[in-house]
Design a protein around this ligand. Structure first.
Ligand code: ATP
Ligand code: MG
Ligand code: MG
Ligand code: MG
Length: 464
């Protein structure tokens, strides 16, 4: 089954069960300054769960584009290392706003997986929250899931969109890809491996968490589910890694051609194929590379992709040329991508050209430092110099270090940043004015100079 067919089968199944098919929303959530990007299918429905946004339906289904590259859900560092994480992916979801609750959510999910998609029950593992005896009873007594493939977990089974907002206990469904890949069942010490891959999360939305962390009951218990399209495609296409599914084949080939590197298994090609999706869609949704907030996350992802291309031997700007392959793959499902294609190419090319001015020298410095290193920690002043002079975001340096089994000294780096900040503060008394503000881990709010994140300011200085 091709990815496009799975997406359609999902929407059809839930439409047949009374759900309204709601089109995908942009990656930048409207009216939600607490959230960096749309990181789950429920984000566009946040206010519906909270009872503030009445809709003409109580059941909805969608295939929502998501980015997880900052804030509460951040998978940037996983890309290139796991078989299952992307920065950009599509989440298939069904939602109940005060209509059905646990029983139907569980039954729909099980029916879709085992009947519509025909997955064997003995390959599916299920978890619920430790406190959730009701969901346990439904799974064991009504669905008949084998207790050997069932467990109750704590934090893993409490889902929240961000530090505030709708949340609740959840039930997750995993697929066992079989021996041959490292990893253990959910709840085991090896669960972070890639053998048992989580495919679907059913969230029993019951609470709204406020800024103090207090949970308030939602007006009505609701349902929010999310299934990663790429993960379920891997299962149905009989491959282990998301990067082996149909959707990625042409992207990987295009990346290989553009960089002149033809081992399609190379992790760097996967990183590039992943990153072109998030970068192109972010630009299509109106994010521009910049030194603050969302734009700075975009800039970091672009630079990271460009560095991986450089590693594979690309000499000329290559990243922007992949937009054509992405358009061919996804432009039918996402006309907004097709419409913005030329603009995306132009913006990515400009970023590449800008970074290529310092990348080569920065890599020379970094590689020399790593070659000479005794021990396994790259000193903070080197990390800072890369940052300050060559525009290497911290995570980019960390990514290179990780390939060599080294860790960057983050605390030392932070001290250098602080010293820089002191100097800038002194300078500002003589009229210098730095006003960009960014919180690279989450919210973007303008806070003025005092709370300025150093990383952004320094890149701003480098790029100025
Ligand atoms: P994991 O534990 O594997 O990181 P998660 O628990 O963080 O996944 P959820 O927040 O529950 O994921 O999201 C719902 C579903 O979205 C997951 O079950 C998975 O199928 C999919 N998903 C989550 N993160 C990613 C990602 N980075 N790339 C691709 N699919 C993802
Ligand atoms: Mg995760
Ligand atoms: Mg999980
Ligand atoms: Mg989950």
């Amino acid at each position: 089954m091709r990815s496009a067919d799975i997406r359609q089968a999902f929407l059809n199944f839930f439409a047949q069960h009374g759900h309204t098919v709601v089109p995908t929303s942009p990656l930048v959530p409207d009216n939600d300054p607490t959230l960096l990007f749309t990181n789950a299918g429920m984000v566009p429905f946040k206010d519906v769960f909270l009872g503030r946004d009445p809709r003409p339906y109580v059941r909805a289904t969608s295939a929502q584009r998501c980015v997880r590259a900052g804030g509460k859900h951040n998978d940037l560092d996983n890309v290139g290392y796991t078989a299952r994480h992307h920065t950009f992916f599509e989440m298939l979801g069904n939602f109940s706003f005060g209509d059905y609750f646990k029983r139907d959510a569980i039954r729909y999910a099980w029916t879709f997986l085992t009947e519509t998609l025909g997955l064997p029950a003995e390959k599916l593992w299920v978890t619920v929250h430790t406190s959730d005896d009701e969901a346990e009873r439904i799974w064991k007594d009504e669905v008949g899931v084998n207790p050997e493939r069932f467990s109750k977990l704590d934090e893993d089974n409490f889902w929240q969109m961000g530090d505030t907002g709708p949340c609740g206990p959840s039930s997750e469904i995993f697929f066992d890809h079989g021996p041959g890949v490292w990893g253990g069942p959910p709840g085991s010490a090896e669960e972070d491996g890639d053998r048992y891959i989580e495919i679907w999360n059913l969230v029993f939305m019951q609470y709204d968490r406020d800024a103090e962390g207090t949970l308030h009951e939602l007006p009505k218990p609701s349902i929010d589910t999310g299934m990663g399209l790429e993960r379920v495609a891997a299962v149905l296409q009989g491959v282990h890694s998301n990067y082996e599914i149909d959707l990625f084949q042409n992207l990987l080939k295009a990346a290989a051609k553009a960089t002149g590197y033809d081992d399609l298994q190379a992790p760097s090609l996967c990183v590039i194929a992943d990153h072109i999706r998030s970068c192109a869609f972010l630009v299509a949704d109106g994010v521009m590379p910049s030194n603050e907030g969302r734009g700075y996350v975009l800039r970091r992802i672009i630079r990271r992709a460009v560095r991986h291309g450089h590693k594979l031997g690309a000499v000329d700007p290559f990243f922007h040329t992949l937009v054509a392959a992405l358009d061919a793959e996804m432009g039918d499902a996402y006309p907004e991508l097709r419409r913005a294609r030329e603009q995306i190419e132009r913006i990515l090319l400009k970023e590449e050209q800008q970074f290529s001015r310092t990348l080569e020298h920065g890599m020379g410095l970094l590689n020399a430092a790593l070659d000479e290193l005794s021990g396994d920690v790259l000193p903070g002043d080197t990390v800072f110099k890369l940052y300050d002079t060559y525009g290497f975001p911290f995570d980019l340096t960390a990514d290179v270090c990780r390939e060599r089994g080294v860790a960057p000294d983050e605390a030392g780096f932070q001290r250098e940043l602080e010293a820089q900040r002191e100097r800038a503060r002194a300078a500002s008394q003589f009229g210098a004015d730095y006003t960009a503000a960014v919180d690279i881990d989450g919210e973007t709010t303008f806070t003025g100079y005092e709370q300025l994140t150093d990383e952004a300011r320094i890149v701003a200085l480098v790029d100025a």
